[in-house]
Every structure is written in C-alpha cells, then in structure tokens.
Design a protein around this ligand. Structure first.
Ligand SMILES: Cc1cc2nc3c(=O)[nH]c(=O)nc-3n(C[C@H](O)[C@H](O)[C@H](O)COP(=O)(O)OP(=O)(O)OC[C@H]3O[C@@H](n4cnc5c(N)ncnc54)[C@H](O)[C@@H]3O)c2cc1C
Ligand code: SF4
Length: 333
C-alpha cells in the first residue's frame, strides 16, 4: 500500500475545508474521508484508491440516530450499520432498512461500516478491483472488459457501453424505497439531495458515481415519517445464504386497503448500476388488487428495459421472481 497522511480534523468545517482542496470527490480523489474503512482500506490495499490524505471523521459528532421534528428519522453519517439495523425505531417503523442492512456483509463488517460509507461503497466488478486490467471506471478511456468477459454478477438496468457495474449496496435499496434524503455540508454550505438523485448512471463517465464535489461531507440522512399501516420487506437472492452480495433483491414498502394497493414504493438491488427505484412497478401496482397476477405484471414492468449481458440473462427472470415473491411476503406479513 502506498504512503498517505492520516489526519483527524477538529470539526466538520475543517474537514470540509481540507477536502475541498481535492481534485475530485470521485475515483482518483487525492483526499478522502475515512468512515469504517471497510471499502476504502480494501481498495487502498489493491492500489485501486491511492489518496494522499485520509481525513478520519470518526471522532466528529456525526453518529446520532434521532427523531426529527416532523416525525421522521435523522441518521448520522458515522452511525454504524449495526446500530442502525438494531435501533428500536428503525425496527418498528422502517423495518425494510433493518432487514436490508442485516442481509449484508457480516456482523463484524456491520459493526465498522458507517451510513455514509455504505452509501458510497464501490462496485465489486472484478476488473475494477484489479489494476492489471483495463477499466473505464478506474481509468477512463481504457475500456470495459466486463462487457465481453465475466459479467454474471453485473447489471442489467442502467448500463452503458462504458460500464455495466452493479451497485452492490443492500442498505441503499431500502433507502431508495423509503425515499431518504442525503444531507451534505460542502464548501459552499449545506444542501439536501433526494435519494433518487444522489447516485449517477454510468453513461460516458462511469468514474463519476454520485453528485459529490470536492469537500462534500455527508453529515446525515433523513427518512420521512413512517407510512401508517405500511408493510415492509427486503428480500435478497444470492449464491449463498450469508456473506454474499445480491444477484437480485427487492425492497418493498406497500399499503393495502380493502384488498387493493393504495401506495407502493419498490426498489431493486443486484441488477442496477445504481440503487434502482422501480417506479414502473409502483405505477402498475397502485389501485390494483393485491394478488399474484398483478404482482407479476408489476415485475414485468420493472424489468421491461433490462439489457442482459453474455452471462447474466438469468437475472431478468430472477429479479422478476424476487420482486413478485417480496410483494407476496409483504402483503401476507
Ligand atoms: C467482505 C465484504 C463483504 C461485504 N458484503 C456486503 C453485502 O453483502 N452487502 C452490502 O451492502 N455491503 C457489503 N459490503 C460492503 C460494506 O457494506 C461497505 O464496505 C461499508 O458499508 C462501507 O462503509 P465504511 O464506513 O466502512 O466506508 P469507508 O470504506 O470508510 O468509505 C467508503 C467511501 O465513502 C467515503 N466516505 C465515508 N464517509 C463519508 C462522509 N461522511 N462523507 C463523504 N464521503 C464519505 C470514503 O471516502 C470512501 O470513499 C461488504 C464488504 C466486505 C469487505
Ligand atoms: S463494468 Fe465498469 S467497473 Fe467493471 S470493468 Fe467495466 S468499466 Fe470497469
């Protein structure tokens, strides 16, 4: 691993001012914030990330999980994934988030991993993690060997000719369905980004994964007040029962009244280049009878634009079945 300077900024403003000197907040950033380090340190050991300065934000007061005045929830950027998943309010009112976090990684990793770090975890595409290989995300313009190579685990939604990497997060899929908001302190002040607008599609700039600019520190995430009477499910399908990333997953927040769906929020994991909000499925569900036939129609709508690669065509049917089954689980829970 290359050498770097390790800094503990005294406060958030100092952290932002220091990080604002970075050339980019994206791939290749020369200054990085350090959360739990479970993504960043891994990538530094592989020389995929080579920051010159690490700003350890773990001692900043950013770890609280507390109610907001409007009845929602405020989740600090350095709140650990374990603390968030086991928080009584999350388990009671936002259970899809608890389920999603607990479906990811391992207990040890969740004890280290932070909310902001999870939002920004990088793809597991094997070529991205191997500096001997070309990769447009790691080194723009070098090519995408995954398109003709090992792509079984990669994306079928939101891909481009430049990159087909999957966003690997479980937590993010639940946050997409819960319509979270991401709060940022940057060199020009604070701003709030709706979850759906935070991650970017790869397009022709796969090295740019989010809207973050140099200096931008995620301070917290907010969740809107819980939806009364909603049923919530996170279903994750993977090659083995634990310690494995999703091949397909679904986060559901659904309300049913008199046998009909009155509100639905649906997001898919393991299949998109960003956490995938399935608005087509939501539109297909609302006003319809909550039954298996309509759930299947919603799943067909969600995957209509899927583009399979040479090895991952199976994900289309897998994701449809995952979504259909998750909806069934939700309404019968
Ligand atoms: C073996 C293994 C298995 C895993 N399995 C899964 C799984 O099944 N499902 C899943 O979802 N995840 C899985 N993960 C990923 C894990 O969830 C992430 O590594 C973790 O959430 C990252 O959080 P962190 O705090 O450690 O991030 P860090 O590594 O500290 O940071 C990640 C990125 O976020 C940036 N950052 C951190 N905090 C801030 C902030 N406040 N503002 C701006 N930028 C910030 C850092 O600069 C860095 O670029 C796995 C990881 C490993 C190693
Ligand atoms: S899919 Fe994306 S991350 Fe993977 S090799 Fe292609 S450009 Fe790189």
């Amino acid at each position: 691993m290359h050498t770097f300077e390790f800094i503990r900024p005294a406060d958030s403003a100092t952290a932002v001012a220091t990080a604002a000197k970075a050339k980019t907040a994206q791939q290749g950033a020369d200054i990085r914030f350090l959360g739990g380090g479970t993504t960043l340190i891994d990538l530094m050991k592989l020389n995929v990330e080579t920051p010159e300065r690490l700003l350890d934000i773990n001692r900043l007061p950013l770890d609280k999980i507390e109610a907001t005045a409007d009845g929602g929830l405020r989740i600090g950027a350095t709140a650990r994934n374990s603390d968030l998943a086991h928080h009584p309010t999350v388990q009671r009112d936002y259970s899809v988030l608890s389920q999603a976090i607990l479906a990811g990684a391992s207990a040890q990793l969740r004890n280290m991993a932070t909310t902001a770090g999870n939002l920004l975890q990088r793809t597991r595409c094997m070529y991205f993690r191997d500096t001997a290989m070309p990769c447009n995300k790691r080194e723009p313009g070098t090519g995408c060997p995954a398109i003709t190579g090992a792509n079984r685990t990669l994306a079928i939604l939101g891909t481009s000719e430049q990159c087909i990497a999957t966003n690997p997060s479980d937590m993010c899929i639940a946050m997409a369905a819960l319509e979270a908001t991401i709060h940022i302190l940057g060199s020009k002040g604070t701003r709030a980004i709706p979850f759906a607008d935070f991650h970017l599609l790869p397009g022709s700039t796969p090295q740019r994964e989010t809207v973050l600019e140099p200096g931008d520190l995620i301070t917290h995430v907010t969740l809107p007040p819980p939806i009364a009477g909603s049923k919530q499910v996170y279903l994750k399908l993977r090659d083995r029962a634990s310690y494995e990333f999703a091949l397909a997953s679904a986060a559901i927040v659904i309300t049913v009244s008199g046998g009909k769906v009155t509100r639905a929020r649906v997001a898919l994991g393991g299949v998109g280049t960003k956490p995938w909000r399935a608005t087509e499925a939501e539109s297909a569900l609302v006003g319809k009878t909550a039954d298996a036939a309509n759930f299947r129609k919603a799943a067909e709508a969600a995957l209509r634009d899927a583009k399979p690669q040479s090895e991952n065509g199976f994900k289309i049917e897998l994701a449809k079945r995952c979504l259909t089954h998750a909806l069934q689980m939700a309404v019968t829970s």
